[in-house]
Design a protein around this ligand. Sequence first.
Ligand SMILES: Cc1ncc(COP(=O)(O)O)c(C=O)c1O
Length: 481
Amino acid sequence: MTQRKISPATLTHLLGRWPGRGAAYLNLARGIQQLILDGRLPLAAQLPSERALADALGLSRNTIKASYDVLRDDGFVQVRPGTRGVITLPPTASTPGVPLPPLTHPHLIDFAVAALPAPEGLIHQAFAHALTALPAYLPTHGYTPLGLPALREAVAARYAARGLPTSPDQIVVTFGAQHAFSLIVRTLTRPGDRVLVDQPTYPHALSTLRESACRVIPVALTPEGWDLPGFEAAARQTSPHLAYLIPDFHNPTGHLMPDGVRKQVMRVLRDTRSVIVIDETLAELALDVPPPVPFASHDRQAAVVSIGSMSKSFWGGLRLGWIRAPRDVAERLAAARSAMDLGTPVVEQLASAWLLQDPEQALQPRRDQLRQQRDVLATQLRDHFPEWTFRVPEGGLSLWVTLPQAVGPSVLAQAPRFGLRLTAGERFGQAGVFARQLRLPFARPADELQEGVSRLARLFRGGSAQETRAHTSQSAAHEDV
Ligand SMILES: Cc1ncc(COP(=O)(O)O)c(C=O)c1O
């Protein structure tokens, strides 16, 4: 069974308080339309039958029919004779034509990248130690498809310190988390396989899945986080081959999955025999809560494949990450990688191994800085945009902001003229959804964030593009991460 169905109970729950003011059929249609645009109802899923929804909402069947007719006429539902309406999007709802602006403005404030600059001095020190250690490796050939033993040991020790005993031979070193995920997808899936993902989720993971011709099954997060009944229904209806989740300070929403939910998610995915891939790229950026224990520790028998990275904890420029997996899976991944590359550079691995010996010297100042920057961004947004809503996350790198209306392609296209680089919320989900959302990272210094929000205010209130002030942005990224 692969066709997802929205149950009347789920739709009633998502619609919340009901009915609103005005004609019931129109309110219902607008309510369902907003749920579709906010990514809460998955595209291609079947709506409940008219009769079942009428019973659940206590409305007449004619009202539901009128409502479904409006949705069909507006392009949000497709109806084929004899079948239930299937959720879709009108062609105009999507703004895929808005590319990321280039970095041409001299004082650009980059809200498209959620990554911190390198910690002061520490990366130099790490490379100095790496160069001291290097002579011992020069007599070897230097190819390390699984990774250098010294780094695999350091990564395994970090898992153990975080509450998950790990052996170095469970670790495969990669060029960052994104490379890790593409290696996993390339090795463990085939075209057409169903892959369950959070909605919203990390956009480059979606690109990997599209390129591998996997069928993406999005499961909507609620404003409070994971929706266990929705997750369980989607998993049982579709039996995904693989599930990709970001339980720790989720990108882009910042949610942290509670322990009880982790256990249940694990139980469901074991039942459906899915490969469980957990992206822990942001796990070390706990700002107000104790650091989460690794997901795999909730069920040590389950075959969890975890992804980790130096990028957010230390520096993205290291291009270093890893996979933690059962030994046989780790070996399979390392063997498969030769189609793409033959291992990670030795010096970067040695530098990373040194950094991981005492991670707190980088992490503690980073967390303090991020906490302060997060609070500045939240305060500035509340002052300038009281109508925008967001949750202040307990960790991570960004705020996921909901606007009263769609951001719109013209605002996104105008942003560079105001010295801003913005990522459309739509990049974090299926095309056309999250049109009223923006991910705003708090990865830049406080003064830059303040200036950035003033520019946002001018952009959204139709002010002059000429007033942008100079600031100290050093961003050199050309992609959003
Ligand atoms: C959830 C998530 N996964 C993976 C990545 C990619 O990380 P890396 O730089 O290690 O490739 C990012 C970067 O933003 C991320 O947020």
